[in-house]
Every structure is written in structure tokens, then in C-alpha cells.
Ligand binder design. Structure first.
Ligand SMILES: O=C(O)CCC(=O)C(=O)O
Length: 267
């Protein structure tokens, strides 16, 4: 496991923030030099995605979901095996958690307000009750998020109630939508069941938000996966091998789906 910045008490305090609010934030966590490398490598991937399948507009106008290849600079254990993040993830999703998503959400100029949504349905919809967490998103932006470039908006604490109840409470003014202004280097760990939406990017600079998905070991998410090249698999740490155990192993990182599989995303 990577180097830890937070002691056990601080980890626990983040876990408690998460339980209460549906998310916690680790400020100034990732090095900016590495994020610069991500940014440079991401730009051509975004351009290629828009050229190949930008017409689908399935996240709303001028907003794109792009899976990242499990290759440099993205396949970096300093990110996906970060000691503090995994200490929190393990407390929330259990010691046998898996990692099954490495991707980005990017609104561009011309994007709009998304409908309020959750990224996962409840496990037992017939019961109208929410359960402890089973699907986490670790998000970090490749640019500073400002009021102008499309901050993610969330209703704090809405992960433990039904969508209908979360919408009712918001409508009644009992809760509110809050923009999250993450800076480059900040990390948010969130429960994807909370009510949230993307907002318009009113600048000319894309606002990429990375998402690394961690799940309870029994959760099957056919809409996402990480294609792990066989050569990379061999050099992974034992922990990373375990985290990535349910992902497809491919001969080459060039072997990828013809189009994003993750089209239907809002619940
Ligand atoms: O990054 C964002 O603005 C949020 C996008 C989002 O919630 C989604 O597409 O599911």
C-alpha cells in the first residue's frame, strides 16, 4: 500500500464525513506534476472520442464520458493504490473491494445542466430503503473547478434515502444542491447514490474529472471495466492484482471496445 498522509483517526474522520454527507474530500492530495502529465495524455483521447462517437451525446450536450487506457500515465499505483484513499475505501467497501472503472467525465463549452440523478440504483428497490455503501467513485479534476467551468453539484446526505424522498426534500427546501469546487490535487470519495448533476461549462477550457470506481466484491457492473494488458498484469503489486481481479486481461492496450459501453448512467 502507498505511503499514508493520514493517521487512523484522520482516516476514520473522513469515513464519518462520508457516512454523513455521502462524500469526503482529501485536499492537496495528488502531485500537480503528475496531473499535468495526465492532462497532456488525456487531450488527444478526448479529441478522438469526440471525433468517433461524440454524436451520441449520451451525457447531455457537449459532455463526454471517456474510459482511460490502463497505460502510462494513467496506470499509476500512486493514484489507484494511494494509501489514504484505499484505507478509506476499505472501511467503506470492505477488505475485498474491487476496482473496475478508470475513466473521465468532461463538460465542454456548450454543456448544460444534467437532470438530477444517481449513478446506481438501490440494491433492493422494492424495499424503498438504502443500504450501507457498495459503489464508490474516487474523483479528481485535471483543472481547478470554478463556478464557471461546470462544478459537480450534489445534495449532501441524499445517499441514504430513496430518489423520490431526496427530490421531495430538495423541492421542499429542506436540503440544497451544493457545487463542489475541487482544486487540482484534491480528491473526492463519494457514494454514487447521492442526488447530483453536472452543470454547464461556460469557459472554452474542458473540465475533465477523473473517476476511479471501487466496488464491493460481489457487485457486477457490466457497463464498466478496465482492460488490463497482460504485460502490465505481471508487474502489478499483489494488492493491485487482487483489486483488478475481475477485469478482462488483454494482449495489448490498443485492444479496446469500439465505443463506450457505459451509455446508460442515470438512475
Ligand atoms: O462530472 C460531472 O460534472 C458529473 C457528471 C455526471 O454526474 C454524470 O455524467 O453522471
Amino acid at each position: 500500500m502507498g505511503v499514508r498522509r493520514y493517521n487512523d483517526q484522520q482516516v476514520e474522520s473522513h469515513v464519518q464525513d462520508f457516512y454523513r454527507d455521502s462524500f469526503c474530500i482529501l485536499e492537496n492530495h495528488f502531485p500537480l506534476t503528475k496531473l499535468d502529465a495526465w492532462s497532456r495524455a488525456f487531450q488527444p483521447l478526448l479529441e478522438a472520442h469526440i471525433a468517433n462517437e461524440g454524436r451520441l451525446q449520451n451525457r447531455g450536450s457537449s459532455r463526454y464520458y471517456v474510459t482511460l487506457p490502463f497505460a502510462e500515465p494513467f496506470a499509476d499505483p500512486d493514484f489507484y493504490e494511494d494509501g489514504d484513499i484505499l484505507a478509506i475505501v476499505e472501511k467503506l467497501a470492505g477488505a475485498d473491494f474491487t476496482m473496475g472503472q478508470l475513466a473521465t467525465d468532461t463538460p465542454l463549452s456548450g454543456s448544460d445542466y444534467q437532470e438530477l440523478h444517481r449513478d446506481a440504483p438501490p440494491l433492493f428497490p422494492e424495499w424503498g430503503k438504502e443500504t450501507p455503501p457498495f459503489q464508490l467513485a474516487v474523483n479528481f479534476p485535471l483543472v481547478d473547478v470554478t463556478p464557471e467551468n461546470g462544478p459537480f453539484e450534489v445534495v449532501r446526505g441524499s445517499h441514504m434515502v430513496s430518489k423520490a424522498e431526496a427530490l421531495r426534500a430538495l423541492e421542499a427546501g429542506e436540503t440544497k444542491l451544493e457545487p463542489i469546487h475541487l482544486k487540482r490535487g484534491d480528491v473526492m470519495i463519494r457514494d454514487v447514490r447521492h442526488l447530483h448533476r453536472g452543470t454547464p461549462n461556460r469557459t472554452d477550457v474542458p473540465r475533465p474529472m477523473v473517476v476511479i470506481g471501487y466496488s464491493r466484491k460481489w457487485l457486477f457492473r457490466p457497463e464498466v471495466s478496465i482492460r488490463v494488458p497482460r504485460s502490465a498484469m505481471e508487474s502489478l503489486s499483489p494488492r493491485a492484482k487482487k483489486m483488478l481481479r475481475f477485469n478482462p486481461v488483454v494482449e495489448s492496450v490498443e485492444e479496446k471496445a469500439e465505443a463506450e459501453v457505459y451509455q446508460s448512467f442515470a438512475y
